[in-house]
Write a protein that binds this ligand. Structure first.
Ligand code: KG4
Ligand code: ZN
Length: 333
């Protein structure tokens, strides 16, 4: 029998709901992004985000059911992101999920936001194990070893800023708008790697660090301006992005070799980065690694990825009660 899961994601600034069939088919997805509002402030304002979730959540649900041409009777279970994320934002999705589960008497499946990002890959191609997942988003930079479905072993992570966060902060210093990742990616293509920036945490660990690189960009810009020189934004974007990519590719390949793994998936908002995709394509071809990344529309936050992950959690018997709590931080499991 087919499993139709109605999934809800509201951990940051996207109100999203989706219906996913058997963990891999996107029956319908609705994403209401608040990005243009937060762009006015240069980043996500938590209080505004929660208020906007409240305003849009029921509209998103109506739109989803219409789009899917399904009724609540057709739905097997309700899945929801319980963390990590902004508490006020998470609470809106959580309350909607609990209400639907209670009224329609459906099982409630709790999903970790990062599990969702990882399983976005399952919507393109069934994930093959064992695998290494490189999760690169606005809040996370992690290397995760997965022996099988829903088994997550963190083998490395950022010691300070997440990579997407570094992109957004560097973009702000360069007077570019929010979110900075896609803009820097585009500018990097037009520029040249002429600035002398350090490769972050160039050591033998599986950890990352991006705050030093971010500070190096800021210092370089200030120093050049004090000398009366104009910094070339495209060249600086290119130099910054190249250092980020060097760090990500080097550590990821090392992890694949150390764990004797042939399958790599990339996930999270930064997995939309064209420069990163090109570099990973090349290095994976050279090393005989099967590489997969999500479709662009599933890279940034969406409920489809939560629906994909929840199918495997559901099959493992994971259920939540109506007292499920929103968590600002929580371990991936
Ligand atoms: O996964 P996501 O939507 O939210 C979190 O869970 O954090 O990721 C958002 C992040 C932002 O920092 C944004 O700048 C970054 O992903 N991003 C990119 C690109 N597209 C989005 N970073 C680099 N290159 C891109 N093309
Ligand atoms: Zn995310």
């Amino acid at each position: 029998m087919d499993t139709y899961i109605l999934a809800i994601e509201s951990s940051c600034d996207e109100t999203s709901m989706a219906i996913v069939k058997n963990g891999c088919i996107d029956v319908a997805t609705v994403v209401f992004s608040q990005m243009t509002t937060h762009a006015n402030y240069g980043g996500v304002v938590p209080e505004i985000a929660s208020r906007m979730h409240v305003e849009s959540i029921t509209i998103v649900l109506d739109e989803l059911l219409t789009k899917a041409n399904l009724k609540m009777d057709d739905i097997t279970a309700i899945a929801v992101t319980y963390g990590p994320g902004l508490i006020g934002s998470l609470l809106i999705g959580l309350t909607a999920a609990k209400t639907l589960a209670y009224i329609y008497n459906k099982p409630l499946i709790p999903v970790h936001h990062i599990a969702g990002h990882i399983y976005a890959n399952n919507l393109t191609k069934k994930m093959e194990f064992p695998l290494i997942a490189l999760v690169v988003s606005g809040g996370h930079t992690e290397l995760i070893y997965m022996k099988e479905h829903y088994s997550f072993e963190k083998i490395g992570g950022t010691l300070d800023d997440a990579v997407g966060e570094a992109y957004d902060k560097v973009a702000r210093v360069l007077n570019l708008s929010y979110p900075g990742g896609p803009i820097i990616d585009k500018l990097a293509k037009q520029g040249q790697d002429v600035y002398n920036l350090p490769i972050p945490l160039n050591d033998d660990s599986f950890n990352f660090s991006f705050s030093g690189l971010k500070s190096a960009v800021i210092n370089l810009k200030h120093n050049e301006e004090q000398r009366g020189n104009k910094v070339d934004t495209a060249n600086l974007a290119c130099s910054f992005q190249n250092r980020v990519i060097s760090s990500l590719t080097k550590k990821t390949i090392k992890a694949l070799k150390t764990y004797h793994v042939q399958n790599l998936i990339i996930a999270g908002g930064v997995s939309a980065n064209i420069g990163l995709r090109e570099a990973m394509d090349k290095i994976c071809r050279e090393n005989n690694i099967n590489l997969s990344y999500p479709e662009f529309k599933y890279c940034t936050d969406n409920a489809t990825m939560i629906g994909a992950a929840s199918y495997y959690a559901y099959k493992l018997g994971r259920r939540a009660d109506l007292d499920l709590k929103a968590m600002a931080t929580c371990k991936l499991n």
